[in-house]
Design a protein around this ligand. Structure first.
Ligand code: URP
Ligand code: ZN
Ligand code: ZN
Length: 459
């Protein structure tokens, strides 16, 4: 479908300018002022609107078996929600089960994703059971386009790897030019603290953050950086929440170590008072690492502003409040960890980041799209607006004000994490490879239209 977007203000990570965008065969073919429509070309008017590159959320968990249940959004509802919030690519996690090969793991996740995805997608390959056989599989996995891996330093007895496994996996990413993403919390200490709280009859959601204190996130982050430093290869730390971990990122970078950090929108906007909510409602906010203190929010915003953190993602991993979060009614350790967020990331970042002048529009694009594209081998096909890029674009009307609610979200979840929050600006139309997948509040696009992203090596 050939189309022409006219009269918009184009925002990239580097530039802000007025121009028209011609789209041919799913790609951007021309960018210039006052382009004339060609025969058969459909014109989209973006007057008074911004045109952003499609958002990229490199941290979502769709259809993920976890803590005795499965995350509520599959690849259809999850990618539809992403599209409604201006996100046109996601990176999910193909999570190895104990005893599984990586080939088997990727086949399972391929079957979940391919028939359902509405936007383009990939997986980080999460290794939970590392051994010599898995090590031999790594080059093949990378050859097939999966250029990033994941390790959990937490969730003892389930997803957690030990330090020697972590060390060996970083070694392999160096050998084969891939990037390892790491969940940093000291899983041994979390397990110990959880046991102590439950033994003392401290079972409600407010003990979740107390069992996963900031200091043990900081400790694990420092440990991961030390291993990476010894091995002289970068790592990417997911969902950084607090001063204790981000200060380690800043000092590692100051010493010249190439390491990257991501935070999530919820850690920028919420504080740990959410765990005090009555009627077990604190369970809605049970995720790991937990929501931290107000001072940590301020620290994260300044780390974003100063360029220390590279990405704002969501860690989208929803579970219904009724029946699912309620599994932990008598024991906070059994509350499935995670929350519904992917649809609201960019609206929240725009309202509470750009409009409050904490970040400017170009940094908004960089944090919500461009940096993830660069780090995970998708740039410049994704993550920017230039001739030759995929026509993944959003037309954003900065004026309307609306309120986030489970009543108006696309998430397959019975609550909204940001219920009642007011936001300014809405995604009027969202294009994935030139095709409209969201417009005026309605989602379009056939399940299965999303393509597997074949990503480039980490250089
Ligand atoms: O609570 C969370 N974050 N759930 C998803 C799994 C993870 O740790 O990323
Ligand atoms: Zn995690
Ligand atoms: Zn996650």
């Amino acid at each position: 479908m050939n189309r022409l977007i006219k009269n918009g203000t184009i925002i990239t990570a580097n530039d802000t300018f007025h121009a028209d965008i011609r789209i041919q065969n799913e790609k951007i073919s021309e960018i210039a002022a006052c382009l004339k429509p060609k025969t058969g070309e459909e014109v989209l008017d973006a007057k008074n609107n911004y045109v952003f590159p499609g958002g990229i959320d490199p941290h979502v968990h769709l259809d993920m078996p976890f803590m005795g249940t499965t995350s509520a959004d599959d690849f259809e509802s999850g990618t539809r929600s992403a599209a409604a919030g201006g996100t046109t690519s996601v990176i999910d996690f193909a999570i190895q089960e104990k005893g599984q090969t990586l080939k088997e793991t990727l086949e399972i996740w391929r079957k979940k994703a391919v028939p359902k995805a509405l936007i383009d997608f990939s997986h980080h390959v999460a290794i939970t059971d590392y051994n010599d056989y898995i090590e031999k599989e790594i080059p093949e996995v990378i050859k097939n386009g999966f250029k990033s891996f994941k390790c959990f330093m937490a969730y003892k007895g389930a997803l957690m790897v030990d330090d020697s496994q972590l060390f060996r996996i970083i070694e392999q990413t160096k050998k084969h030019k891939a990037l390892l993403t790491i969940h940093c919390e000291n899983g041994d200490i979390v397990a110990l603290l959880q046991k102590n709280f439950i033994a003392g009859d401290c079972t409600s959601p407010k003990y979740h953050p107390l069992s996963r204190p900031a200091i043990i996130e900081g400790e694990a982050t420092g440990r991961a950086f030390n291993l990476a430093r010894y091995l002289e290869w970068p790592v990417y730390i997911v969902h950084m929440t607090c001063e204790e971990s981000v200060s380690r990122l800043i000092s590692a970078r100051a010493k010249g170590q190439l390491v990257f950090g991501e935070t999530c929108i919820q850690y920028l906007l919420l504080d740990d008072s959410v765990y005090e909510k009555p009627n077990f409602e604190g369970a809605k906010f049970v995720m790991s690492p937990p929501i931290r203190k107000k001072k940590d929010q301020d620290y994260l915003w300044s780390a974003l502003k100063l360029g220390h953190l590279s990405v704002v993602s969501t860690d989208h991993c929803p579970f219904d409040f009724k029946k699912k979060k309620e599994m932990g009614k008598n024991n906070f350790c059994l509350i499935p960890n995670g929350a519904p967020i992917v649809q609201h990331r960019l609206n929240l970042l725009y309202t509470y980041g750009v409009l409050t002048k904490k970040i400017n529009l170009n940094r908004f694009v960089e944090l919500g799209s461009t940096n993830a594209a660069k780090l995970f081998g998708m740039y410049p096909t994704k993550g920017t607006i230039t001739v030759g890029s995929d026509a993944d674009l959003s037309i954003f009307n900065p004026k309307p004000e609306w309120t986030i609610s489970a009543k108006n979200h696309f998430h397959n979840c019975d609550y909204a994490l940001f219920e009642g929050w007011k936001v300014t600006g809405e995604f009027a139309e969202v294009l994935s490879r030139g095709e409209t997948i969201f417009k005026n509040g309605k989602a379009f696009g056939k399940p299965g239209r999303g393509k597997y992203l074949v990503r480039k090596s980490f250089e």
